[in-house]
Write a protein that binds this ligand. Sequence first.
Ligand code: PGA
Length: 249
Amino acid sequence: MKKLIVGNFKMNQTPEESKAYFMRFVSGFTGNRADVVLCPSFLSLPVASFLAKGSLVKIGAQNVSDEEEGAFTGEVSAKMLKNAGVEYVIVGHSERRNKYKETDKLINKKIKTALKNGLKCIFCIGESLTDRNTGKTFEVIRHQIEEGVRGLYENELESVVIAYEPVWAIGTGQNASVKDVENAAKVIRKVIFESYSEKASRDIQVLYGGSLNEKNVAALLNCPGIDGGLFGKISLNVNAFLDIANNLK
Ligand code: PGA
């Protein structure tokens, strides 16, 4: 199976800059080595989905409201995203858990709302440096998964991708080791096995994210149990990211 490569642009790129990026990426992407989802800001979604239409490039959003519709100032609904050509949404990113105080409960509600509206979720989990230093990594990620997928039916998991992103590895230039990632993938699949089934634990897509770059990508994405990667900083460099997506080993 092809690997899944996800680019999270975070709060970068104006719509005009996204236009230039997508023109370049869509025309350069071969789709031979990987599936790609690009997640620009909300405001860039219309131009991104227009330019990606009919290509192999899929569009994702970086956030979604837990509410369906109504008096929720500043929120963007799953239905709006779907209508704008969005296929995936990132939920539970550590930047949202930490700075915007998103709880496991809220994340669970966002996942349910997104799935109900036909969006796929890239559900992020990962331990902090303190968790890691106190030996709590597996306990923390187990808890995040159990709470995040609470109440989902097994068939709904087909639309959920779990991204293991240790908080200490995000934007720090300090990626996790192959062994760390392999062990985390094992724990993730074990939790899904215990909550669902052997089949679900095998089928669920698991990504690694955190300071991925052209040098470490091959080793980290080919470690056992890993189906792809979630890229932040490097995904903003269109040529570097195209190179990764087109030439993944
Ligand atoms: P990074 O971000 O690649 O810049 O570390 C990854 C992420 O936050 O998804």
